[in-house]
Ligand binder design. Structure first.
Ligand SMILES: [Zn+2]
Length: 371
């Protein structure tokens, strides 16, 4: 199912809306629309002169759209600066929890990471200030209400994103500041530690004041751990080429192998997938999952050629293991055949990568000055 829709392109970046937005825009329109008087009182402004019901919900919907426009402005800030720094931006998706800019890996130079991270909250701060200021130049109670409310939202966006915890911008800024004085990996683990500590405090605070904070705290805690883990994995794996960790002794099958023989091989050799080779060339890959597609009764009649995946992504012996690992996760595949000059020279699996990581990271702990 298509879950997001493109609404336009800014600076070559496709802007997409996720369908979860419909729910949240509806919810905000409803909750703002039915609490106009309380909100206006809370903000210290005159209530907007709209009649309850339809008109108030329309105003609520304008607030909701303004909120997401504010998030978009924030994300565009990050993306456009990142683009100027030479990064590729795939798209910006607005969804129920705000906006996500899909950009490549953050640059490791602290100065560049700070520039990209700071601009989002900076834009929110400026927008917030402009909206507040604008409220004193209009006589319309409706516009005063809208500009103060959206002004507040932008200031909140700036503040919230500056929290010193991944994946908030503040976490990235903190890491970049640390990275000016220590290695990137160490800076990340220190920033992630602070983020986690922060999440714990927020969770405790949430228990007493607002259970919603507990949800955010849990999210921040895991995001901080994941970021630290990612960076440490990347640092270790970058030092390796595929040929260092691939299995050269591989067992292959031919397209004419029966499914029964394949099953026997899987059981005997404890491999869950095999490259399929015909006259020396790689023609496909066949895994346990392919085998499960046919009924048990068809094991003797079916051949590997009937069930194998023909379009196989391969990697080269000289490729960086950290890139290959990313592709394994992104495409959700367990193994890549390694091909050099058209010839199958090995196979690299997730367990090869994890095995290498475990060994190297233990060695890394021995000489921790190195990491
Ligand atoms: Zn941001």
């Amino acid at each position: 199912m298509k879950t997001s829709f493109k609404i336009g392109t800014v600076s070559g970046i496709p802007i997409k809306l996720h369908i979860s937005l419909i729910i949240i825009v509806g919810f905000i329109a409803w909750s703002v629309g039915s609490n106009l008087f309380q909100l206006a009182e809370f903000m210290g402004v005159a209530p907007p002169p709209v009649s309850p019901g339809f008109e108030s919900y329309v105003l609520g919907a304008i607030v909701a759209i303004g909120l997401f426009a504010s998030v978009l402005a924030h994300e565009l800030g990050h993306s456009i600066v990142a683009q100027r720094e030479g990064l590729e931006i795939e798209e910006i998706t607005l969804w129920i929890f705000g906006g996500v800019s899909n950009l490549e890996e953050m640059p490791r130079e602290p100065g560049r990471e700070i520039k990209i991270s700071v601009v989002g909250p900076g834009i929110s701060l400026i927008l917030g200030g402009v909206l507040y200021a604008a409220s004193s130049y209009t006589a319309s109670d409706t516009i005063v209400f809208l500009s103060i409310y959206l002004g507040f939202i932008n200031l909140f966006l700036a503040g919230f994103n500056l929290l010193p915890a991944f994946p908030m911008d503040g976490g990235r800024i903190l890491r970049a500041i640390f990275a000016t004085r220590m290695s990137y990996a160490k800076a990340t683990s220190r920033a992630a530690g602070i983020g986690k500590g922060f999440a714990v405090l927020m969770g405790i605070f949430g228990i007493f004041f607002n259970p919603f904070l507990i949800v955010i705290a849990v999210f921040i805690y895991f995001a901080a751990s994941a970021e630290a883990q990612n960076v440490s994995v990347r640092f270790v794996l970058e030092k390796l080429d595929v040929e260092d960790i691939m299995s050269k002794k591989m067992c292959t099958v031919s397209p004419s192998t029966t499914a029964r023989d394949l099953l026997d091989k899987i059981v005997k050799l404890q491999h869950t997938g095999f490259p399929v080779v015909y006259r020396g060339g790689l023609v496909g890959i066949v895994t346990m999952a392919d085998l499960k597609k046919i009924p048990k009764s068809a094991l003797d009649q079916s051949r590997v050629a009937d069930i194998m995946t023909r379009e196989v992504t391969t990697v080269k012996p000289g490729e960086d293991v950290s890139d290959v690992w990313n592709r394994m996760l992104q495409d959700n595949v367990g193994r890549f055949p390694v091909v050099s000059d058209g010839e199958l020279v090995g196979i690299v699996t997730r367990s090869d990568v994890m095995h290498a990581y475990n060994i190297l990271s233990e060695l890394g702990e021995l000489d921790s000055g190195h990491m």
